[in-house]
Write a protein that binds this ligand. Structure first.
Ligand code: BGC
Length: 728
């Protein structure tokens, strides 16, 4: 069975689980027992207590429980119970004395990591490529059901940091470069997770866009850029999906660690966005006790380092902190737990959800299909099963398929894992010879087609190179020297350098990372069993020098990939490396629109085996005021020979503005499936929010009166004006 390279983060191994004293089994008495029988017993004894009464409001119940807890109990509740490699990632403290268990957490970016026999879903970036909010909803529900089955009711996901540099070892965990796309997908995902009775945690707040020396990495970024690009998905998760938890990032933002950042935690999350859930630290990511405690952070994970009782008590004595502050943090942690029903379900597990595994596998396969982006096809694809006799499969990643990126998100894809090679073989049927070759040879020269699998490995706590590993690039070159019909399949969480090799290939797929089931899509797609419909959620640059991040990423000498070896050698005295977000709001396609340089493949782009035309675009009005909406309708016709799906994308261009704005920004999209020869009407809606920008001087969301142009199309570059609207 094939496996991903490392299943847990290496740095985690250095940490030894230090058990905390469990809370009181009886109010006022010490016990180390977190036992379901004791919990049951306590619930019987406490029957009638308001916090156990499900007919009361969450607020009434939580207030009652917090009031009963002693100050010591409250302080202990502000940190997790510790980490044990491969067994537990963290959990809240048990409140045995009150009849409440510890609530277990699991990483869940690509599936529920700690659930037994969990399905590893295709990389999250692949979900972004699907541009499909319904699929996002299905993905969220499936992951939540897999978690809940084994009693993991707090998901440490989804990750929604923006894709800013292709080097970032965590791009596979995120949803690409556009805040609107990320917001739409994540709102659908979180709603589904939480409807399934599982808390979602959006992470990592904020500007955590590379993983090179991540704990010493200082994102130097101005407020407008945060507001327009890096905040929106978090804000949408809170305000539209009612996400119950936020995890702070590892990095510093303008000189302050995210987990110790009162402006981010108190001003933005709490006051502005009215977030009432729990704010947790990333794992071992806070370093100054006083700053951390006073920042507003509720929960230190995975255990109390800064939030040790002695540190907190010192601040209480100094009166920098009041007992009410402590109680409020406890309330912030308990409120989402009660709101999601965790406090009323002592077992936490729902084994019968395992009956849904087969359906989850179908969702994973569909994700594999819809995430697949066909970047190049000069007619070599799809292959005809009646004509092709011999397919040569080349590249290690075909046989030893990397199922996902590594780190907290990755895990073993399990016994059902489908490799790319197996997928092609299964799909080809018996009469087609499908062989894997280590190196191109005479047999490869004679094959009808050669499919070369290349990949980069990504992982948290390190960044990667932009170029493919040289031996893989040589494989493409050597194969192309022997066989004219080369198709390349790239596995990666973001852009790789392509101009130096892509002219050797007649077809190129971007396949991200497939998880347990996603590779089946490649087998189907190369034979045309479905038409690819994935669209790039990122821009792919010709050269790094062309991009917005050139000179704005790691300053000074950089040796990538870089593994953060001294993970725990805390940051004191260590030089912080600054990452200047000098491109401002011109990130990704916004950059290419503004500069005289073309990307190799633009954001939103992806080919199909069929062709679509957009026609009869109509606006419901030519003007819009603050509380109005405009509906845009368009007919999508499939004018090719095969059924397929198209993603209609609407971009807004501010015709005149008092500040520099991106030329255009994605503000609506819709994915529509159309049979060959048929047409469908699509309607999109925008409102004032689609026109606004964050004014750097007035520090407010602003829409300036004037004209806005609407552009409709099938990628950020293949989109054209359908008219103007005016805003009064
Ligand atoms: C990651 C988080 C993850 C946590 C627990 C950290 O290293 O940054 O995303 O949830 O570990 O596994």
């Amino acid at each position: 069975m094939m496996k991903i390279r490392s299943l847990f983060f290496t740095f985690g191994m250095a940490l030894v689980f230090a058990p905390q004293t469990a809370l009181l089994a009886k109010e006022g008495s010490v016990s180390k027992v977190d036992d379901s029988r004791v919990i049951q017993q306590r619930r019987i004894e406490l029957a009638g207590a308001p916090f156990l009464n499900a007919n009361l409001t969450v607020d009434e119940r939580v207030q009652d429980l917090a009031k009963r807890m002693s100050l010591d109990e409250q302080i202990t509740y502000l940190a997790g119970t510790g980490f044990k490699s491969g067994i537990k990632i963290g959990e809240t403290q048990p409140l045995t004395a009150y009849g409440l268990p510890a609530f277990k957490m699991t990483d869940a970016t690509l599936g529920s990591k700690l659930t037994k026999d969990a399905i590893l879903f295709p990389a999250y970036i692949g979900l972004a490529a699907s541009f499909n909010t319904q699929l996002s909803n299905d993905y969220g529900r499936a992951v939540a059901e897999q978690s809940r089955a084994d009693g993991y009711r707090i998901l440490l996901g989804p990750g929604i940091n923006m894709y800013r540099v292709p080097h970032n070892g965590r791009n596979f965990e995120y949803l690409g470069e556009d805040p609107y796309l990320t917001s739409r997908l994540v709102v659908a995902y979180i709603k589904a997770v939480q409807q399934a009775g599982v808390l979602a945690t959006v992470k990592h707040f904020v500007a955590n866009n590379s993983d090179y020396y991540r704990q010493n990495s200082n994102s130097v970024i101005d407020e407008r850029v945060l507001r327009e690009l890096y905040f929106p998905a978090f804000k949408a998760a809170i305000q539209e999906a009612d996400v119950k938890a936020v995890m702070m990032a590892y990095n510093l933002i303008n000189g302050k660690w995210a987990g110790e950042h009162p402006w981010l935690i108190q001003d933005i999350l709490r006051k502005e966005w009215a977030f009432t859930g729990m704010v947790m630290s990333d794992w071992w990511s806070v370093f100054n006790a006083k700053e951390t405690i006073l920042s507003g952070l509720d929960l230190e994970m995975p255990k109390a380092d800064m939030f040790k009782a002695e540190n907190i008590k010192k601040l209480l004595t100094e009166k920098s902190l009041t007992p009410d502050d402590i109680k409020q943090h406890v309330i912030n942690i308990l409120t989402p737990i009660f709101a999601m029903g965790l406090a009323d379900d002592i077992n936490q597990t729902s084994p019968s959800l395992r009956n849904n595994w087969a359906e989850h596998a179908e969702i994973a396969k569909q994700l594999g299909r819809e995430s697949l982006v066909l970047l190049k096809n000069d007619g070599v694809l799809p292959l005809d099963r009646n004509k092709v006799k011999h397919i040569a499969v080349i590249g290690n990643n075909a046989l030893e398929t990397i199922a996902s990126g590594e780190g907290a998100a990755g895990f073993d894809p399990g016994k059902d894992f489908v490799t790319y090679f197996a997928a092609i073989k299964n799909s080809a049927g018996k009469h087609i010879k499908v062989e894997h070759y280590q190196q191109p040879n005479a047999a490869v020269a004679k094959a009808d087609v050669a499919v070369v699998f290349v990949n980069v490995t990504e992982s948290e706590s390190r960044d990667r190179n932009f170029k493919l590993p040289p031996e893989q690039q040589q494989l493409i070159e050597k194969t192309a020297a022997l066989n004219n019909d080369v198709v390349v399949v790239v596995s990666s969480g973001g852009a790789v350098e392509m101009p130096s090799w892509q002219n050797k290939a007649r077809g190129v797929f971007y396949a991200w990372y497939p998880g347990t089931w996603g590779a089946t899509a490649i087998g189907e797609a190369i034979f045309g069993d479905f038409s690819p419909s994935g669209k790039l959620p990122i821009s792919i640059e010709q050269r790094e020098e062309d991009s917005h991040y050139w000179g704005n990423y790691i300053e000074g000498p950089k040796a990538l990939p870089f593994a953060e070896k001294q993970w725990l050698s805390k940051k004191k005295g260590v030089h912080h490396h600054d990452i200047h977000y000098r491109e401002g709001v011109l990130m990704g396609y916004r950059w290419y629109d503004a500069k005289p340089v073309e990307p190799l493949y633009p954001f939103g782009f992806g080919l199909s085996y069929t062709r679509f035309s957009l026609s009869k675009a109509k606006l419901s009005s030519n003007s819009i005021s603050a509380d109005e909406q405009i509906e845009i309708s368009v007919t999508v016709s499939n004018i090719g020979q095969r059924s397929g799906a198209e993603v209609v994308q609407l971009y807004v261009h501010d015709v005149t503005s008092s500040v520099l704005r991106p030329i255009k920004e994605l503000k609506a999209f819709s994915k529509v499936f159309v049979e060959a020869g048929e047409s469908k009407q699509v309607s999109l809606t925008i409102d004032r929010k689609a026109l606004q920008f964050w004014h750097p001087e007035t520090k407010a969301w602003t829409v300036e009166a004037g004209e806005f142009e609407l552009l409709l199309g099938t990628s950020s570059q293949q989109s054209s004006s359908i008219g103007r609207i005016s805003y009064q």
